[in-house]
Design a protein around this ligand. Structure first.
Ligand SMILES: Cc1cc2nc3c(=O)[nH]c(=O)nc-3n(C[C@H](O)[C@H](O)[C@H](O)COP(=O)(O)O)c2cc1C
Length: 223
């Protein structure tokens, strides 16, 4: 084990509304508490970083429409292409994970390691239902499933998917409980037609000015 002062850690992140930035702060604080001073970079400042120079690399971004946003995706693609071309890595993560015995065992080991490291809950995403059941049975902490079958302790779906707000792609594990997009489209079309026909806005939607103020305003208008 490397001496903690010489342990090199890198944190690369991207954040739109600040949530991931807070996570970045918490992770960095945790490292400093343990005696590690991490290099912390927003993704657009991290291009020159060689990830293989570090003992630990934390990369964090939110999901927007299922994926990390373009700056992070592009960064990861460039790094993967570079390291693949150098033969450092051979990435081959399948979309649905844990589909064979060895991968299922590895998922369980990873989940147990996360529990031992202090996680309070784990999200299981896109894994076979029976693997999720084994993991749920073996862990003390709750599992939250999304595309992981009915045996998890809790379930999670992305709001935009379940109410039909995002219609470009529906993952296999999503069930739609409403078609809000259809309702929104109709509302927008009705609004447009109403404005064009002079039906909106009406007096009830407008703010008023007292007559004497209005008279004064007319008198004060520049010629
Ligand atoms: C339009 C939109 C799409 C989103 N899509 C996903 C998604 O596919 N999966 C997910 O887990 N969260 C999704 N989220 C939730 C964000 O990832 C979440 O709010 C995150 O904390 C934002 O992080 P940030 O503040 O660092 O930008 C979405 C949020 C918005 C507004």
């Amino acid at each position: 084990m490397k001496e903690i002062e010489r342990f090199k850690a890198l944190v690369v992140y991207w954040s739109k509304t600040g949530n991931t930035e807070k996570v970045k702060e918490a992770i960095s604080k945790g490292m400093r508490k343990k005696g590690v001073t991490p290099t912390v970079k927003k993704v657009d400042e991290a291009e020159e970083e060689d990830l293989f120079n570090y003992d630990l690399v934390c990369i964090g971004a939110p999901s927007y429409e299922f994926l990390p946003p373009p700056p992070m995706m592009d960064f990861l693609k460039r790094k993967l292409t570079l390291y693949r071309s150098k033969g450092y890595i051979k990435p081959c993560a399948p979309k649905v994970q844990g589909k064979n015995a060895a991968a299922g065992v590895q998922l369980l080991k990873d989940a147990l390691a996360m529990e031992n490291a202090g996680c309070f809950a784990i999200v299981l995403e896109a894994i076979p239902d029976r693997v999720a059941q084994i993991i749920t049975d073996r862990l003390q902490i709750p599992t939250i499933g999304i595309g992981a079958g009915p045996h998890c302790d809790g379930q999670n779906l992305v709001l935009h998917d379940m109410v039909g707000l995002f219609d470009r792609f529906t993952p296999k594990f999503v069930k739609r409980y409403a078609n809000v997009w259809e309702i929104i489209q109709k509302a927008l079309a009705d609004f447009q037609a109403d404005v064009k026909a002079g039906g909106f806005p009406q007096a009830e939607h407008s703010f008023t000015m007292k007559d004497d103020e209005y008279e004064a305003l007319l008198k004060q208008l520049p010629k």
